[in-house]
Design a protein around this ligand. Sequence first.
Ligand code: WT7
Length: 629
Amino acid sequence: MTKEPKFYHPLPEVIQNATVQEYDKTYQKSISNPEAFWGEQAGNLDWYKKWDQVFDGGDKPFFKWYTGAKTNIIHNAIDRHLKTANRNKLAFMWEGEPGDKRQFSYHDLDNEVSKFANVLKSMGVKQGEIVTIYMPQIPELVFAMLACAKIGAVHSVVYGGFSSEALAGRIQDANSRFLITADGGYRRGKKTDLKSISNAAMLESPSIEACVTVKRTGDDVHMQEGRDFWYHDLVCLPISRGQCETVEMDSEDTLFLLYTSGSTGKPKALVHTHGGYGVYVSTTLRMVFDIKPQDRFWCAADPGWITGHSYIVYGPLILGATVMLYEGAPNFPFPNRWWDMIERYKINILYTSPTAIRGLMRFGENWPKKHDLSSLRLLGSVGEPINPEAWKWYFEHIGQGRCPIMDTWWQTETGGFVITPLPITPLKPGSASKPFFGNEVGVVDEEGNDSKPNEEGSLVIKTPSPGMARTILGDPERYIQTYWKKYEKQGWYHVGDSARKDDDGYYWIIGRSDDVIKVSGYRLGTAEVESALVSHPSVSEAATIALPHEVKGNAIHAYVILRANEKPSEELEVHLKDHVGKVMGPIAKPETLTFVDGLPKTRSGKIMRRVLKARALGQDEGDLSTLED
Ligand code: WT7
């Protein structure tokens, strides 16, 4: 690749190696006949019974894919590999933060998943019921997800950094009878206390009947008789023995739920399916990350988020790939932990977030320089816009000028990549480039007219795709309102991001245009943080905004009105920040918290966050005609 040109062109050997050799024509073909494209892609997977129809758009916007087909994602992610040479191939390489290691072939993975699936069945877990999983990044997290899928149960993984209240809210919303957790995990040299958090959450969750706990740290934990069971005890019981049959599911049956934040109200559970989701994640991964049989792929996300579901667990396993899974922090014990692991495992593809890159960039290039990173062939980025400075550092010091960066834009809702380069795509640092096959996207104004080139507008997805979430659990109306109401006339999906498209047709994501904040790539709602603040007895009202942050991308800044008898103090400030951490989880803790006497509001009482933001940034406050006072 050449230096600082308009485009960074991939090297000839990258192009030669690429799974997809041509973009424009294939793209045109894919959007002029998406059913043909998605039908062909589905043909790369095995089905118990093939579909009657690739796409059923009858009940807008509740689209269906591969209707009439019978499958189970496990049939493709595990079972079919057992009949080929993949059986003896490594599925997972795992390293714990303290340095312990475990590896599993596809054969081993099948054994582990089968054992735990038998256990779940004999505990009474039924097809279609929702099992909540709250775990550190250990192999059992993956076994638990896959075991649920195998018997047709729905998994709902709650990120291990969330608080007991957040966990309880999700258990209750899903009405889970079963929780799978661990005594703890390792993070930055410390142990997390997942079991106590689980215990506190279970106290508030009357639906819970049983909890399975994996022993990871060996710390003393409270186990309640009749409710709590050790994983290692259960998988040694005779009930766990024997091959567990993979349950035949409808293509449209639910595979998992994943909670994510929106601009209003509580986090919502998005519903993903066995059929369409499996096709989507495996197709995008194969084409964008060019996975070859000999590759070692490392998606350094937490399996507890959509990135982990799609590109640590399901996508790679369907492709029969070898995946790296690491438990801990990138800078433990030193800021070269990742670079050291890339060298030791000879990783070929690294997929991570801008926030992780910026965090490691702070420690300088001497850390990666100590290591042989020559195994790397491709890099990836996801979660928020990657600033060109971080892009170039990643490109030069990690990819050594050799590895193109796949800046993949997508959402929990889309299941997989929507705007992304391919290895053959000439790159512009900071742009996610062009839409993936089968997806038509656009940048439009409030009415749905195309924005002019380089002009900021609202990002929309104009075509349904098989990986798209089907609905919000228990609230189809909210699904319509959130995503499909704004451009109802056109039938487009409203993303919630602002973006621009340049003269070359490249997309540049600017950021969220709604009241969602991306902090270190984590998605949080201002409404959730505000309600956490207001849940404190000293607080009368609160508003939160996002301001740019060098490493985190954005940071949360809170403005708080205290109750009449409360006095502002530094102590109270710290205490309220901690309170948010306790209610939601440490990632939600505000960066700053300012006590104020009033908040800018519209006459109808809505907080004008944009005014707070403009003021904090010293910018023009814009149109204030609707301001109450
Ligand atoms: C939001 C979705 C996609 C999996 C992880 C995040 C932002 C995501 C990019 C990117 C610019 C990005 C968007 C999007 N986002 N990827 N490559 N460039 N912004 O999933 O938590 O559902 O968040 O993340 O704002 O709407 P999520």
